[in-house]
Design a protein around this ligand. Structure first.
Ligand SMILES: C[S@@+](CC[C@H](N)C(=O)[O-])C[C@H]1O[C@@H](n2cnc3c(N)ncnc32)[C@H](O)[C@@H]1O
Length: 251
């Protein structure tokens, strides 16, 4: 199992993440819509729907959405879930969850969606409690082996993991390419006063290819690993996105 944290690729500390997403929270969904159009030519709403297509909402169960942001994933899932199901969204940034509370109230799905403020690296849930865990575009900000260990612990045997991840060719992590990418992003962050750019720059070494994701997931005891969607970058120097599905199996 790839649990050696010393080997983990660097990313921003949680204080930078929380500051970045607190700053972005009031305009988060509009910003995502613009960014997703620019990167992959799809709207934020289409992205959420594409991810949810993979979630078995027709069977009842408890679903956890990790790094839920403004809770668009659990809210949209809850509108399709069968009676008896529930969705929980977890995020580390209170300001993002405040947007989530507003989205839940506006949806009228109040009792079926709950929000929890915590780090995905140490989640406050018991073992084997979730039927499905989802995560949309949040993994690159986190210590992936630690989060996968947590997800494995909390999923029931046979439970599904569905993640949308930002992905990039391994070339991006060559010393020269990653230095150039980080310099360009940090320059942008300084000139535009954007702490978000700083958080994204720190996440570049944490982007994985589909093959690397498969290796990582199988090392954590996931089976039937599939890349169910790929969103190719609109420009050579943009990252791609992937949606992966996997099932928790016995080692
Ligand atoms: C790009 S947003 C994605 C939000 C949501 N999944 C969506 O699709 O709109 C990334 C989210 O990851 C959250 N995040 C980053 N690191 C986290 C951590 N360690 N634990 C929990 N949430 C984290 C941020 O607060 C932010 O809300």
């Amino acid at each position: 199992m790839d649990k050696n944290r010393n080997n983990e690729r660097t990313m921003a500390g949680s204080d930078v993440i929380v500051e970045a997403f607190t700053d972005l929270a009031p305009r988060y969904e509009d910003a995502m819509d613009r960014e997703l159009h620019e990167l992959w030519g799809l709207s934020y709403k289409d992205f959420i729907h594409r991810l949810i297509e993979e979630v078995p909402v027709e069977s009842s169960g408890v679903i956890l959405d990790v790094a839920t942001g403004t809770a668009q994933i659990p809210v949209t899932m809850a509108s399709r879930m069968v009676p008896g199901s529930a969705a929980i969204g977890l995020d580390i940034t209170p300001a993002m969850l405040k947007g989530g509370v507003a989205n839940i109230q506006a949806s009228g799905l109040n009792p079926r969606v709950k929000l929890v403020c915590a780090s995905a690296m140490d989640m406050p849930f018991a073992e084997s409690v979730f039927d499905v865990v989802t995560c949309g575009l949040g993994m690159h900000h986190m210590d992936v082996p630690r989060v996968l260990g947590e997800i494995r612990r909390m999923l029931k045997e046979g439970g599904q993991l569905i993640i949308a991840c930002v992905s990039a060719p391994s070339l991006w992590r060559s010393p020269l390419a990653s230095t150039l990418i980080r310099m360009a992003t940090l320059l942008y962050s300084r000139t535009h006063g954007s702490i978000r750019a700083q958080a994204e720059a720190a996440a570049v070494p944490n982007l994985r290819t589909a093959a690397e994701w498969r290796t990582m997931l199988s090392g954590f005891g996931f089976a039937a690993i599939e890349t169910v969607a790929t969103f190719p970058a609109r420009r050579l120097w943009y990252p791609n996105a992937l949606i992966l599905r996997a099932i928790k199996s016995t080692f």
